[in-house]
Design a protein around this ligand. Sequence first.
Ligand code: ADP
Ligand code: MG
Length: 347
Amino acid sequence: MTRQPARTELSALGEFGLIDRIANAVELVNPSSLQGIGDDCAVIDPGELMQVVTTDMLVEGVHFDLGYVPLKHLGYKAVVVNLSDVCAMNAAPRQVTVAIALSNRFPLEAVDELYAGMLAACKHYGVDLVGGDTTSSTSGLVISITAIGAAKKEDIVYRHTAKEHDLVVVSGDLGGAFMGLQVLEREKAVFKQDPNVQPDLSGFDYILQRQLKPEARKDIIALFREMKLKPTAMIDISDGLASEALHLARRSNLGVKIYDEKIPIDPLTIQTARDFHIDPSTAALNGGEDYELLFTIAQGDYEKVKGSPHFTVVGHMTDKASGYHLVDKQGGEHALKAQGWDALLKG
Ligand code: ADP
Ligand code: MG
């Protein structure tokens, strides 16, 4: 006999009971968080700093599939994708607010799992959950998170400030999250055909982690300070290298050239891509969800990133008239295009 997990209906607690439960699980760590959950608004003291604010909404069936994403991972990732945007401004994340719409399909235990994941991310990044909203949904789960960060005015890095001849640099490696998703989709399809078959996810740890438990590169922001390096422009990689490089170029009124052979890709990503008959570079260029940082630096700063295990120079900014190019391994030039996932999978 299989034991059913405990199921407590949300109606047993009511909205205010649920909010109390969430409030009790939260411990504020930032001195700038003056008031958290429990009043009409949170109160934040930015001191002398500028504040940056960003919101991301995740909709069940559109952005995530509860068929293979555990709620705890979903909560963690939902916070991380927002913190990644704060890092992409070269700012330190400090607070989040969380709005959720729940259907009665979700018991209290599910909400607990979701918040356990969100609070684990908050703890890991030293961020406070200071408020939110709770409402019901007739269909799926919707999570909207707002993140607030702080930075000195002179430290903030925008997308539109790259200069011609600047080097284009990426942190970490790319394409892993997309290949992790392919593995999960494959195992889900197998399971649908025969629920007695156990999913075979062994050996895919790194790329599954890249998909299910991505991290925001707050460490890279700290490293910039240590290295006394200020990027000239920056963006985080949520939609693939191609799309983000185009954003930097267009917003800066420049062209860009990316070199295929320079793109950093982990060996497991390469191997898995080949098994799926996907070009590894395509996974990196168009896959997305890697949450690495893509930034530009003045040529004079090249020595600072040269030889670093954290950074790879993948190209440079050109004048606008030169356009947007991808240079292949044979030196051939192609138009750099933001294909997105759908085109990639149909292709
Ligand atoms: P109001 O009706 O004034 O908007 P609520 O009753 O919705 O207030 O919220 C009460 C308090 O609980 C506020 O501080 C709000 O930010 C917080 N809160 C509500 N829902 C959530 C949630 N899902 N997660 C975190 N905090 C929440
Ligand atoms: Mg409210």
